[in-house]
Design a protein around this ligand. Structure first.
Ligand SMILES: [Zn+2]
Length: 456
């Protein structure tokens, strides 16, 4: 068992994150992570620490047995609450007792009996990903093994919500301080794993026969043949490359610029390995760039523990485009904490976007705000920011088996949660949703990004 990250460096990092998420950078008041009766030179904030054993107990806890509190028990009385549903308590402070969870001490200081520092460190350092051994066949931690899923709070940006609660108490206690207003935004991203639908004639043939005989859809079968021929003869206008144009256009219509993560792997298991210098692709990337979209690297299946391969793929894309790349997301969302962050940092990547679960949408890191990453083994921050991923198209379609209508409802549900905390909702939509049976999911994307928080 690796020790929970509770070093002075980690605690300072957590305070810094908590303060930033509460928008309280300007508010210089005493802050203590210690016993409830700690004397302070002036009114400030005290967070009562949980016992170190509480971390392992949280991992071992049977499903759905965490303590939850209604929002009204957490916000100051009479405060206009941005959300009203219950919150899980991950860590109770050891010596502060359980009731009330927050109160104002006689000297005017705010005392949290809930350990917000441990909560932030637990969610952001991804300590559980080292401690929990369970993995799928691609060496990925499944959402279903995570504490957030097992305890039923994967749907909640729990870190952001607690920061908002701290903000409410600061506002009440220090009325001359004005809390900042934060708006909702989207981060729209696209992984380019394939440039054409069929690599080999056999694949196209199998699909055509399937659509003709099994599905009884001659029109689909004709599309299969067309897609195959266009992939061979007119790559530039084949559906997968046209889908890149469509996605960029939708992103722009929604008022955003997207992030396009491009594979530059050589052919290998799970990596198609298309040549990144393919003229039809390079032309597009230059055009997307000129329109303000971001081009990032999509490091291949075999890179998440291999710095040499990671750097080689990144260099290949950089040479092709003639400039440096700073953004990355791992293919298959393969990731190991903290190794993959270190490899990204070494390669000069400053923004990673991998941390969402492949098998379930939601808040893997408990937040809808990008954050600087903390290496819990080396005990320091790394020069990389994580943009946590909240929803991937294939999660909804394949892993969760949702209908397009259910998918849209889930997107809007999560969007409301992000809106409540003034965060950034991060989507991953591929350029491969062009076959007729997948096309409704492009419509889901269009409807969602153009009206993300409308009640369905
Ligand atoms: Zn990929």
């Amino acid at each position: 068992m690796i020790e929970p990250p509770l070093t002075p460096n980690a605690i300072a990092y957590a305070w810094e994150r908590l303060w930033a998420l509460a928008g309280a950078e300007e508010l210089t008041i005493p802050r203590v992570y210690g016993p409830p009766h700690t004397p302070l030179p002036a009114p400030g904030v005290i967070i009562s620490p949980a016992a170190a054993e509480a971390w392992e107990q949280l991992i071992q806890l049977p499903p759905n047995s965490l303590n939850w509190l209604p929002a009204e028990a957490l916000f100051p009385p009479g405060y206009p609450r941005p959300f009203d549903d219950a919150l899980p308590v991950l860590f109770w402070g050891e010596t502060a007792g359980k009731r009330p969870p927050v109160r104002v001490r006689e000297d005017g200081s705010i005392l949290f009996a809930i350990d917000l520092i441990a909560t932030i460190l637990f969610m952001l350092t991804r300590w559980e990903e080292i401690v929990i051994a369970q993995r799928d066949s691609h060496d990925r931690l499944p959402a279903t093994a995570s504490v957030a899923y097992r305890q039923g709070f994967l749907d909640q940006p729990v870190v952001d919500r607690y920061a908002i609660i701290l903000q409410a108490w600061l506002q009440k206690r220090f009325p001359s301080w004005q809390r900042p207003q934060r708006g909702f935004s989207l981060r729209l991203s696209h992984d380019i794993d394939h440039l054409r639908r069929f690599l080999h004639p056999n694949e196209a043939l199998r699909q055509t026969i399937h659509d003709l005989w099994r599905q009884k859809r001659p029109v689909w079968a004709l599309e299969d043949i067309r897609d195959f021929l266009m992939g061979r003869l007119w790559l530039d206008h084949n559906p997968y490359l046209s889908a890149m144009d469509n996605l960029a256009q939708l992103d722009e219509q929604a008022g955003y610029r997207g992030v396009f993560y491009i594979m530059a792997a050589v052919p290998a298991a799970y990596d198609e390995g298309f040549p990144v210098h393919t003229p039809a692709l390079v032309r597009r990337l230059r055009e997307l760039s000129a329109r303000g979209h971001i081009i990032g690297i999509h490091p291949g299946y075999h890179t998440y523990l291999d710095p040499i391969r990671y750097q080689a793929e990144k260099a290949r894309l950089e040479t092709t485009l003639g400039r440096n790349i700073h953004h990355a997301r791992q293919h298959y969302l393969r990731f190991r904490v903290p190794d993959t962050w270190r490899i990204a940092a070494q390669a000069g990547v400053v923004e990673d976007a991998t941390l969402g679960y492949h098998d379930h949408e939601g808040f893997r890191c408990g937040t809808a705000h990008p954050f600087p990453v903390f290496d819990l083994i080396a005990d320091h921050t790394l020069p990389v920011r994580e943009h946590p991923l909240h929803v991937m198209d294939s999660t909804l379609i394949t892993y969760r088996g949702l209908t397009p209508a259910q998918g849209l409802a889930r997107l809007r549900h999560l969007a409301r949660r992000v809106q409540e905390v003034g965060g950034e909702m991060h989507l991953l939509w591929h350029n491969t949703l062009t076959p007729p049976n997948r096309r409704p999911w492009m419509e889901v994307y269009r409807r969602f990004v153009t009206a993300p928080a409308t009640v369905p």
